[in-house]
Design a protein around this ligand. Structure first.
Ligand code: HEM
Length: 170
């Protein structure tokens, strides 16, 4: 397990040594594969699809891109909430996950992202003409927070070994 310990996790620190003892196996999984990790691709792709639709609308003024942006913003939010529920279940149920600060950093970035995605969808439902510049600005902000949430989520898996199935022979 040594290779999976993050550099900042100094095992000489007694508090961190205690946290490192706790299991980080996924509790919300199918055959050991974390459901959250399977779901996150949808909000990530749809946030960037919305940004793409807004840029194409700015570029072409074709109202098709307003409709495309409305649908992708809506599904980005819905799939974001669904992924967030699976992620929150992991956070609450697994002691080793909720004991790590990185999990909370990721959750904070992800929840901010979901709030931005919801605002972006709500704006389009209420004011279809507000795509430029407000919708586009929200799409850029959502893209930034998707990067932050995704990066911190990846750190949980690749640095802390959260949800990984490690062969005892390795
Ligand atoms: C809202 C609350 C959320 C919580 C509490 C949460 C929690 C977690 C946890 C515990 C993991 C480690 C893997 C696992 O156990 O499944 C993880 C991974 C990850 N999360 Fe989240 N998550 C949330 C929302 C999101 C959202 C909305 C996104 C998408 C933008 C996201 C993107 C990721 C990514 C990319 C990974 C790495 C997966 C991999 O590399 O296989 N998370 N998250």
């Amino acid at each position: 397990m040594g290779a999976l310990v993050a550099e900042e996790d100094n095992p000489d620190n007694p508090v961190i040594a205690e946290v490192l003892k706790d299991d980080v196996q996924s509790a919300v999984a199918v055959a050991g594969h974390p459901i959250h990790a399977m779901m996150v691709h949808f909000p990530i792709a749809l946030v960037f699809a919305t940004l793409g639709a807004d840029i194409f609308y700015w570029w072409t003024a074709d109202p098709f891109w307003v409709r495309a942006g409305l649908w992708s913003a809506g599904f980005a939010f819905v799939f974001g909430v669904a992924a967030g529920i699976a992620g929150t279940a992991e956070l609450v149920l697994v002691k080793g996950i909720r004991g790590r600060i990185g999990s909370w950093t990721h959750a904070l970035a992800a929840m901010t992202l979901i709030a931005i995605a919801g605002t972006n969808w709500g704006l389009r439902l209420a004011e279809p003409d507000a795509v430029l510049p407000l919708g586009l600005s929200l799409s850029i902000l959502a893209g930034i927070f998707t990067g932050l949430a995704g990066w911190h989520g990846g750190k949980l898996v690749f640095d802390h070994g959260v949800g990984m199935i490690v062969d005892p022979n390795e």
